[in-house]
Design a protein around this ligand. Structure first.
Ligand SMILES: [Zn+2]
Length: 334
């Protein structure tokens, strides 16, 4: 936009179009709509379990029956999709719970597709919740510590995604950040006859302190070390574009940036550069900070939540993954 193509005061008065609610709405450039929302859900074994996450008020680990209730509430409010995370009965060194036919996520998918067939079921594909050590891949102990093995992990991730598709998942969403996982998953899905199942890749996922509360929710904190050898360095934007390009080349249908609010420049560049359907994951600490300040009366929770999501949309996000999805869908209908 050049300065010459813009009117000048007093011929041009920007305030003319801000005079009424109707005028402002008419020229609004970006909108929030419930159709853009995805609600993450944490599902665990048991019955009638609604275990609160202390650092995320209003978020729970849910047994299958309670998860169905929550999904029904979301669907009723106009939220079209859920993103499932599983907390298994037990963990091991092969993450066998991740790809078990009757694993917790597989059971949840079957139940949701039976009871709420119109609700889109997206599954998080990772191993950390199922690994005894809490890392997203296979660990090899070395003299100097431990390394996360890339290629052996791909087989387990592909197997996990395949089992989710077999259970009926509408979309699989790999979050591990191993190299080559999207291709491995695409090949596995195709070989099982699920060539129509889309992949939403966590394409630019940063090693972020904003994930703190999630680790309590998903019980996935690493027992040693951290995730910096596979998740991205917070300082790198050009590398994020390379990561997204790789995932698209390997077969990603939707690309995600995570976290969202502190990474709006990445969102903007990803959407601008590739034009692919782009998701923003507004992560646990983004939610918790707003909740905490709202509870203290320091900010208006509703207004700040909506403004944050609007900022993600403005930056280029088509899809908004947020723990506030049910509230947001209701607020948008008020
Ligand atoms: Zn993980």
């Amino acid at each position: 936009m050049s300065l010459h193509s813009v009117g000048q005061f007093p011929v041009y008065r920007a305030r003319r179009l801000r005079q009424s609610r109707a005028l402002r709405a008419m020229v609004r450039e970006t909108r929030l709509n419930p159709a853009q929302l995805v609600l993450p859900l944490f599902v665990r074994p048991g019955r009638h379990v609604r275990h609160p996450i202390s650092s995320m008020p209003g978020v729970f680990q849910l047994s299958l029956d309670e998860m169905l209730r929550e999904a029904r509430t979301a669907h009723g409010a106009g939220v079209p999709a859920v993103l499932l995370f599983g907390i298994p009965e037990k963990k091991d060194a092969q993450a066998s719970g991740a790809y078990a036919r009757n694993g917790i996520v597989q059971q949840a998918v079957r139940l949701l597709k039976k009871e709420l067939p119109e609700l889109l079921v997206i599954t998080d594909v990772c191993l950390c919740e199922y690994m005894i050590h809490g890392h997203c891949g296979v660990v090899k102990q070395t003299k100097t510590g431990a390394t996360i093995l890339n290629d052996p992990t791909l087989k387990l991730l592909a197997r996990t995604a395949g089992s989710h598709a077999e259970a009926g998942a509408d979309i699989v969403a790999p979050s591990d950040m191993m190299d080559g996982r999207v291709r491995a998953i695409r090949e596995q899905l195709d070989s099982l006859g699920f060539s129509e199942t889309p992949i939403m890749s966590y394409a630019a996922k940063f090693a972020s302190a904003f994930y703190g509360p999630f680790r309590e929710a998903a019980e996935s904190a690493p027992k040693f070390g951290d995730r910096r050898s596979y998740q991205m360095d917070a300082a790198n934007a050009s590398e994020a574009l390379r990561e997204v390009a790789l995932d698209i080349q390997e077969g990603a249908d939707i690309v995600m940036v995570k976290p969202a609010l502190a990474y709006l420049d990445i969102l903007y560049r990803v959407k601008h550069e590739f034009g692919y359907p782009t998701a923003a994951y507004s992560v646990s600490a983004e939610y918790s900070m707003i909740k905490a300040a709202g509870a203290k009366g320091w900010i208006d929770e509703k207004a700040v939540t909506l403004e944050s999501l609007l900022a993600m949309r403005r930056a280029g996000a088509d899809i908004l993954i947020t723990y506030s999805a049910i509230d947001v869908a209701r607020w948008l209908r008020e």
